[in-house]
Design a binder for this molecule. Structure first.
Ligand SMILES: Nc1nc2c(ncn2[C@@H]2O[C@H](COP(=O)(O)OP(=O)(O)O[C@H]3O[C@H](CO)[C@@H](O)[C@H](O)[C@@H]3O)[C@@H](O)[C@H]2O)c(=O)[nH]1
Length: 469
């Protein structure tokens, strides 16, 4: 594919580690190395050393501003989506002059949703969510249903994530997995201390879906069988842990590689809503044997002609203990070798090439320009109803207020109050914008004027065979 200008949008703060954030940064680094002009729009900043490790420069990142925590997909997602975010997205898109915009998690009430609303170039969207039902997603879905038609190609990171696209949107998406840079991971025997077996957990400690409780429930039995057992629980968040458990907290990426490369087993006790499980892939590439719950994406990752890990019933501490004890008893060398080999499939050289092929399809395929008509009254009514419901049922007051603001901005836009392309901007206004720097300055006053927002109609990847609504 010839060099293109590509804009990547990530809804979650880059200041904290996470699967979607890592995926976006990894893809950006890969595409940059391939010679494309790549820019990332996301809340939060990344330390220069970490950015450089991804092969990125600071000027490729535009900070979308401060975030608020929104309950989403069993997590508290650090996102921002007020009207100011919409203006920032517009400005970033206008300055970037992208050939294509790739939005991640387009259904989150966030800059990702706004980018979908605002983009006037082909849009690729990647869905990372595995939630069967979600109030927030319901609100976003109601607001954005029409907007979803702007997606030219949908990607889901797993069959589980694809199912969400089918169920919530009545659309389909092609499955392309999460990518990672395999060379960053490998066995690190020197980082081991002599002693008993060593096992690790990595993830947000206080997020129930990550299942740390299940692992903790299994520890007494594991320690009775292996008194010298070393357990490392790494990741951000707070959770009281037994004194003998090592708890380094959030670790940097080199420390993560060292940890994963120095353990016998990596335990993934997750209980729900995992869309892919990149952390399992990282552990496999590091030479750790994976013991994981039987969530569907994990089953997909660990099965094949020959098994690539050990599995147990999700949420069952006894079953986890049995799987760990079995793994510790067995000669795992062949399984570890197979699993490590299998992770080549997820290296950016493979996944990135597949993403580029999607871009190529979208950029060269037939297009049919036409006006985007905005939001219909039924959708507005449904969105209002869902907002009231969300406020009553426990989405906190600040979030509900922010959602209301977002809804209002969308409605304003549909009415033409915010002119996406600002046709009446003067050279002076453009110069003022340019001097505001990289998007971190104050937002410009939007141009005004009623005019149909011109866009292109979507060319769906395919029609969902299993449409459910
Ligand atoms: N350096 C470091 N990295 C961390 C830490 N905690 C998590 N990570 C990294 O963050 C990434 C994912 O973290 P998870 O906690 O396992 O997943 P998630 O953010 O909930 O990601 C979701 O989306 C991913 C992408 O589609 C999915 O792969 C994943 O299953 C999940 O649904 C992995 O690369 C993992 O190594 C930490 O303390 N330090």
């Amino acid at each position: 594919m010839t060099s293109r200008r590509i804009g990547l949008v990530c809804p979650y703060s880059l200041a904290v580690p996470g699967g979607v954030q890592n995926h976006v940064l990894g893809l950006a680094g890969h595409l940059t190395a391939r010679g494309h002009h790549v820019e990332v729009f996301a809340p939060g900043s990344v330390e220069p050393a970490r950015l450089a490790a991804f092969g990125l420069r600071g000027d490729q990142l535009t900070d979308a501003g401060r975030t608020v925590g929104i309950p989403y997909n069993g997590s508290v997602a650090p996102v921002n989506f007020g009207p100011l975010s919409l203006l920032r997205v517009h400005r970033w898109l206008r300055r970037g002059r992208f050939d294509l915009v790739h939005v991640h998690e387009p259904l989150t009430p966030s800059v990702a949703g706004w980018a979908l609303v605002a983009a006037r170039v082909p849009v690729v969207a990647t869905f990372h969510t595995a939630t069967p039902r979600s109030r927030t997603m319901g609100v976003a879905g109601a607001l954005l249903r029409r907007t979803v038609d702007r997606i030219d190609a949908g990607i889901a990171v797993s069959a589980t994530a694809r199912q969400v696209v089918v169920q919530h949107l009545g659309r389909d998406a092609r499955i392309l997995p999460n990518g990672f840079r395999r060379a960053d991971f490998g066995p690190r025997p020197a980082a081991r201390r002599p002693g008993g077996p060593r096992i690790a957990f990595l993830g947000r400690l206080d997020e129930p879906r990550k299942g740390l409780e299940v692992l903790l429930g299994a520890l007494p039995r594991l320690r009775t069988a292996h008194p010298g057992l070393e357990v490392v629980v790494a990741g951000q968040g707070h959770r009281p842990l037994p004194a003998w458990v090592q708890a380094p907290g959030r670790i940097d990426d080199p420390a993560r590689a060292e940890l994963l490369g120095s353990v016998d087993l990596f335990v993934a006790p997750h209980v729900a809503r995992e869309s892919f499980g990149i952390v399992l892939v990282e552990a496999m590439a590091s030479g750790a044997a994976v013991v994981a719950s039987d969530l569907p994406p994990f089953v997909d990752l660990l099965s094949g002609p020959e098994r690539l890990g050990y599995q147990f019933a999700a949420g069952d501490a006894d079953a986890l203990a049995e799987a760990v004890l079995l793994a510790l008893d067995e000669d795992r060398s062949e399984l570890v070798r197979r699993a490590r080999h299998a992770t080549r499939r997820y290296d950016w050289t493979r996944v990135g090439a597949e993403v580029e092929a999607v871009y190529q399809d979208v950029l060269t395929g037939p297009r049919s320009p036409g006006p985007w008509t905005g939001i219909d009254p039924a959708t507005v009514a449904e969105a209002r109803w869902r907002l009231r419901l969300a406020a009553r049922r426990g989405v906190g007051a600040p979030q509900a207020a922010a959602l209301r603001l977002a809804a209002r901005a969308l409605l304003d836009q549909a009415a033409g109050a915010v002119d996406a392309e600002q046709p009446d901007r003067t050279p002076a206004a453009d110069a003022a914008d340019a001097s505001a720097g990289d998007g971190r300055g104050s937002a410009p006053t939007p141009g005004r004027g009623r005019r149909a927002v011109r866009g292109h109609r979507s060319r769906r990847v395919s029609t969902a065979a299993g449409r459910t609504r």
